[in-house]
Ligand binder design. Structure first.
Ligand code: ACM
Length: 265
């Protein structure tokens, strides 16, 4: 199973240009699963509700169809972040477009910083879907900071966590070592690069998209700056082996009844 990390540097608000660029990056490498960044074709730093309204897309919109068509054309899964316009309001979402034309939607559970001004907290919860012989779980950027996110996906049976990101802090790429190791799961963090300067505030995104194995090996690491498409073959069976020696199975031995007793000295 070949996984591709697509790292881009979108220009804020230039949807058509950013989509074209992402599709041409995808064309550079053949893979079974492509993971793209968070808010992959709009840019990150919204500064008004009006802007979110103008740049967001419903699931039946043309930009979403472009990625669905590409997944069908290539016979691959494409997982990308986008601002979603829904009946309830706006969400920071990711969508997995499958080659049969079906889609799996995830809405970001843990919103970061000023996202809270413009998006609703996700209401889909974490889920895992099957593609060929691999189970894929979806997460978005700041979800990583809550260990429950990747733990939940791993407990739900994910072999690979597709983590669409726009990281501004330098820690996630390092923390993935521990999260992949402790959950015995592949983590694919597709991050963007570049700086956005909008209304007196500038954010610089940290690049270095990474793919980490259930053994904590860094199989891929992108550059700090600039675009990249990186590919690697993975074995989903490795994620299903939660044993670290003949005596210790790190999932079978969990003792959840001891993990929630707060407040007792
Ligand atoms: C983030 O959640 N985009 C840091």
């Amino acid at each position: 199973m070949r996984v591709a990390l697509v790292q881009n540097s979108p220009r804020f608000g230039r949807k058509e240009e950013n989509i074209q660029r992402l599709l041409s990056l995808i064309d550079k490498e053949k893979a079974d699963v492509y993971v793209l960044p968070e808010l992959s074709y709009t840019g990150y730093q919204f500064v008004s509700k009006k802007e979110v309204e103008e740049l967001s897309d419903s699931l039946d919109s043309k930009p979403i169809h472009r990625f669905k068509e590409k997944a069908q054309e290539l016979g691959s899964v494409i997982i990308f972040g986008f601002p979603e316009r829904a009946e309830e309001g706006f969400f920071n979402s990711s969508l997995a477009a499958l080659p049969d034309g079906s889609t799996i939607l995830y809405r970001k559970t843990h919103l970061f910083y000023k996202e809270k001004l413009y998006f609703l907290p996700g209401n889909t919860g974490f889920s895992v879907f099957k593609y060929k012989d691999m189970r894929i779980g979806l997460a978005i950027c700041f979800d990583w900071f809550f260990p429950e996110s990747f733990r939940t996906l791993a407990l739900l049976g994910a072999d690979l966590i597709a983590h669409c990101s726009n990281l501004v802090m330098p820690y996630c790429q390092q923390a993935n070592f521990a999260q992949a190791l402790m959950n015995r799961v592949y983590i694919a963090t597709a991050n963007r690069t570049g700086t956005e300067f909008r209304e007196e505030e500038s954010l610089t995104f940290t690049g270095e998209s990474v793919l980490v194995s259930p053994r904590g090996e860094y199989l891929l690491r992108g550059p700090e700056e600039g675009e990249a498409v990186l590919v690697c073959d993975i074995d989903p069976m490795l994620s299903r082996d939660k044993k670290i020696n003949p005596y210790n199975d790190v999932f079978m031995e969990r003792r959840p009844s001891f993990y929630t007793r707060l407040g007792t000295p």
